[in-house]
Write a protein that binds this ligand. Sequence first.
Ligand code: GMT
Length: 377
Amino acid sequence: MKIGIVCYPTYGGSGIVATELGMDLAERGHQVHFLSTSLPARLDITMPNIYFHKVNVETYPLFEFQPYSLALSTIIVNVVETYGLDLIHVHYAIPHAYAAYFAKQILKEKGTELPVITTLHGTDITLVGSHPAYRPAVEFSINKSDRVTSVSEDLKRETKEFFNITNDIEVIPNFIDNAQFPDENECGCMDNCSERKEKVVVHVSNLRKVKRVQDVVSVFYEIQKEIDARLIIVGEGPEWESVSEQINELGINDKVKNLGKVNELYRVLCSADLFLLPSEKESFGLAALEAMAASVPVVSSNAGGIPEVNIDGQTGFLLPVGDVQGMAEKSIRLLKNEQMLKEFKHNAKQRALSFDKKNILPLYEQLYFSVLEKIKQ
Ligand code: GMT
């Protein structure tokens, strides 16, 4: 197949899922065309069967804002016509599903049928999409997509609750390439874990408000009162300034390190004992799954789709959003009990194996084939 993938290029779950999916499809022999405003963060452009097309958004003094959707529709049309794409798969509804719908209409006028598959990732529904400024357009483009997928049951439920959805929504969860992570018994970490006494707590996100990074620091503050521990924060984002102020005020600078954006994330995760994810909203929690693939238990909020990934009392603990005290207590309990920690690490890895890309990616491939089959009828 010749597949077009539209995604945001930045570090973020939807872009990561789109990129890993595209690279795997290319390995399976499909021709994959990425359409994005810059090269997606994890994309290996040197791979065979991979193409990249930059969405150029022209500026003009009259425009206060750049017409991204228009530019995206245009490049979809051009790439479909030039390379004969069989379908386009857009990640994140806003405005990708909308732009793809208009590309589809333009192509229809020219006698070309373009199936559009939309994958909903979370904030395109729960935060941005349901805003009155976008709602009708998001609802329209979801309903007009040929197929719609959601990354969790919870996101599917929320989408149906927020919008008047007439289309089916198929749940295809996030996935992980377990082969990228060392076996649970062989630590490939950045320092010598077996010889260190302190526990390592990690948080990975784009440090946006929805991630409640202040809760991460507050939970860690309680942990380090009882246990020799350090906190590693991976990521960049708007909340960092206020979080670093909080770290200063609590006087724990020497125990907290921000690594910024990290390419080989598994090297950081492999040295961790605990992952914190106290998010306000989280449609799935790819960051938690990545931690679990590195055999790291997760203490998280029970928001959105997180309970579909992190199993309370087995792979970690789930607490209500904002329950800093509860998260701290469970973390301390786990980190103090070596036997329990060992069991949870094992369970986390086992759970991650069930989301292995080998199990999940064929679901997308089957979806594409069934869309193309339907068109032929
Ligand atoms: O979590 C983020 O801030 C990034 C965001 C995105 O759209 O790139 O991630 C969303 O999609 C991921 C991949 O499907 C999910 O694993 C994340 O849970 C989801 N984030 C939220 O719902 C906040």
